[in-house]
Design a protein around this ligand. Structure first.
Ligand code: NAI
Ligand code: MG
Length: 364
């Protein structure tokens, strides 16, 4: 099977961090005979500058065809005044919506060399490796009715938490499948104590488990308690499954257990395509970082680890994904640091491309 990849570097530091991923893709082609058919295109402000839209129809069509989309970041102050429908972020949202990427995977992993970066004690986070699966295309951010309405002489802000059984079922399956490839444990979080949508969520997750994944260990937790447990002893978790709203909050909390934004990858997965691979987009959690763009300061690791996720979840190359993650771990253990990873101990930061050099050397 050919491996097709659409690369959308985007804006700000996006192209800088993506340049390092290109070098890694080349390494796999020459050193491991693992080839990718790569197309590169524009998204966000870069696409707006070129053709007046944050994502062209042709790029959208290409994204639907490939095995995986790898996106850098979009946005920047020069686009802040654009009409809402033309903003760079709309390009990203269109990709997520039209590809129907309903399962957002956010790993929170703590490399031992960076454990002192955390606001928590070293032994609480060192070696941490958990995965949050957030439902991404439904729930309160999309439910109707919504809006600001007039009622009894005052304005009322209104949003609706709404989940169908099918929406819960499919994201639960993603979480259980993932758990089987990891620690075989899922903790599902909602507020079944106060929300009917949470009651249904719990029921459906339990049913999917009992019928299709009885071998995976399943527990349920109220999302507020889950937030506390994440800060108290995060290593108790393997996969956390949750809805769009709680997932937004909990994944940001989990991210900060482990340190810098420059380290955090993500994946968004949809339904399987004809070749059995899921629709997929991979991207670093960070934005376009206009404050450091064009200065060679950006940490490329979040984008590189996003490509590692693509190897694992789109291309079924789990061993190669681990190889890449180990290379990153080694470089960090050797003390190689971009500016965002400079702790109290000081030292001299390396540039984006020097970090790429070090990771390539570790791969060799
Ligand atoms: P940001 O993530 O771009 O930057 C936040 C801070 O973290 C900045 O100080 C930045 O220098 C630093 N940082 C981020 N990534 C880094 C990296 N790889 N290496 C070193 N330092 C890094 O978030 P911010 O500043 O709120 O947003 C900037 C622009 O990015 C805005 O236009 C925003 O809309 C957009 N954005 C885009 C996202 C995306 O494409 N998925 C996500 C978040 C923001
Ligand atoms: Mg958030």
């Amino acid at each position: 099977m050919t491996n097709t990849l659409l690369i959308l570097p985007g804006d700000g530091i996006g192209p800088e961090v993506m340049a390092e991923v290109h070098r890694i893709i080349d390494w796999y082609g020459t050193k491991r005979d693992l080839k990718f058919d790569v197309t590169e295109d524009l998204v966000g402000g870069a696409a707006y500058d070129a053709h007046g839209k944050p994502l062209s129809d042709a790029t959208m069509a290409k994204a639907q065809e490939v095995d995986a989309v790898l996106l850098g970041a979009v946005g920047g102050p020069q686009y802040d005044k654009l009409d809402f429908s033309l903003k760079p972020e709309r390009g990203l949202l269109r990709l997520r919506k039209e590809m129907d990427l309903f399962a957002n995977l956010r790993p929170a992993q703590c490399f031992d060399a960076l454990a002192d970066f955390s606001s928590l004690k070293r032994d609480v986070v060192s070696g941490l490796d958990i995965m949050i699966v957030r439902e991404l295309t439904s729930g309160i951010y999309f439910g109707e009715p919504r809006g600001i309405i007039e009622e009894g002489g005052q304005r009322v802000g209104l949003n609706t938490q709404r989940y169908t059984e099918a929406e819960i079922d499919r994201v639960a399956r993603s979480a259980f499948e993932l758990a089987r490839k990891r620690g075989n444990k899922v903790c599902s979080m909602e507020k079944a104590n106060v929300m009917e949508s949470g009651i249904l969520w719990r029921e459906v997750v339990q049913k999917v488990h009992d019928e299709s994944y009885p071998d995976v260990e399943l527990s349920h937790m109220y999302a507020d308690a889950g937030g506390m447990q994440l800060c108290r002893w995060p290593k108790q978790f393997d996969v956390i499954l949750t809805d769009n709203l709680f997932g937004d909050l909990l994944s940001d909390v989990a991210a900060m257990l482990t340190g810098s934004l420059g380290m955090l990858p993500s994946a968004s997965l949809g339904a399987p395509m004809e070749n059995g691979r899921p629709k997929a987009m991979y991207e670093p959690v960070h934005g376009s970082a206009p404050d450091i763009a064009g200065q060679g300061k950006a940490n490329p690791i979040a984008c590189i680890l996003s490509f590692a996720m693509a190897l694992r979840y789109s291309f079924d190359e789990g061993a190669e994904a681990t190889r890449l993650e180990k290379a990153v771990e080694k470089v960090l253990a050797d003390g190689v640091r971009t500016a965002d990873l400079m702790g109290a101990e000081g030292g001299t930061p390396v540039s984006t491309s020097r970090m790429g050099d070090a990771i390539l050397a570790a791969l060799d």
